[in-house]
Design a protein around this ligand. Structure first.
Ligand SMILES: [Zn+2]
Length: 322
């Protein structure tokens, strides 16, 4: 196929995007949809459940703090505040436990077996199902919810239209959805290694998200963009200083962005190989440098605020239109 005849359909609005790719990464290319402004990678083939378990494993060891998206929802005055809630990709269940404490009756889906076991046993969350959302809809066609939440899930989807149809199938009339995605407009001083395929396939901003949800039959009630925090500022200063250090280590070869391209056995050994003494020394140096970025971040923060630089989380609450 010649590149001149390349016709790529946007996965969110199905219009054809003809522009040249914005970026290439390995065998993937990133396109912008001129109609709805979504950025999406081609090709998109989502890995199986065990891949996510491998890449995101270890989350069962401790109860993670709530993410900003969770907090935005729990404090959102437009959210219903009670009712039956389903959280897709609930992880260790930290958000579900907090939502239950607020008055919601909670259920969750989670494919990572260790995280699901933690949610059930340690947080006493009885209904955590190891199903994808399409499997859930098939298995429980009569199970309907007042709220369906999916935090940091939509950016992973190969077929977002199909995903949102499954979400709608779980909702009662006038039901709510709440979600968060990484904000494409966040302040970055280097590539975000997690934000590449096959981990993430879609890059959203507030406008693209609104367009997508509205076209899918939702009324958007609130959108919140996290401002860049002091911690984010420290991370960006650290990232901009990283290059020199990374050249001196096996660094990039073992970075998440490369590991997630590997076949499972190679990824497994890369994730579990003990670092050499030299790598350990460089890691320690990296941590010291990261800590040293904090005073610089505090000093730079008034400028960051003034520039209105954005943080990672883009939150949205929406409701099914009548
Ligand atoms: Zn589009």
């Amino acid at each position: 196929m010649s590149s001149a005849k390349l016709q790529i359909a946007c996965p969110a609005c199905a219009k054809v995007a003809l522009d040249a790719p914005l970026e290439r990464y390995g065998s993937y290319a990133l396109f912008r949809c001129p109609a709805c402004d979504l950025y999406f990678w081609e090709p998109r083939v989502m890995p199986d459940a065990r891949w996510y378990e491998q890449m995101y494993g270890g989350r069962d060891e401790k109860l993670l703090p709530l993410e900003p998206g969770h907090k935005y929802f729990l404090s959102d005055p437009l959210a219903p505040g009670r009712g039956d809630l389903l959280d897709i990709g609930c992880g260790t269940g930290n958000f579900l436990a907090a939502a239950r404490a607020e008055g919601y009756t909670v259920s969750g889906t989670e494919l990572d077996r260790n995280a699901a076991a933690f949610a059930k046993e340690r947080l006493d969350l009885p209904r955590i199902l190891g199903l994808t959302i399409s499997e859930f809809v098939q298995r429980y066609p009569d199970d309907k919810f007042d709220v369906v939440t999916f935090f940091e899930v939509l950016e992973h989807q190969a077929a977002p239209l199909e995903f949102i149809q499954h979400v709608k199938a779980c909702l009662r009339p006038r039901g709510y959805i709440a979600l968060s995605v990484p904000n494409r407009e966040r302040w970055l001083t280097g590539p975000d290694v997690f934000d590449y395929p096959p981990n993430h396939f879609l890059r959203w901003n507030a406008a693209a998200l609104r367009t997508f949800l509205h076209a899918s039959g939702f009324e958007v009630l609130s959108v919140r963009e996290q401002p860049a925090s002091v911690a984010h500022t420290a991370q960006m200063i650290n990232m901009s200083l990283r290059t020199g250090l990374m050249h001196n280590t096996a660094g990039d070869a073992s970075s998440f962005r490369n590991i997630m391209q590997m076949a499972p056995p190679d990824a497994d050994s890369a994730l579990h190989t003990a670092p050499t003494p030299r790598q350990r020394a460089m890691q320690l140096l990296g941590r010291v440098k990261h800590a040293a970025c904090y005073p610089a971040a505090v000093a730079a923060y008034p400028y960051v605020r003034m520039r209105r630089l954005k943080g990672a989380y883009l939150y949205c609450l929406a409701r099914l239109m009548p």
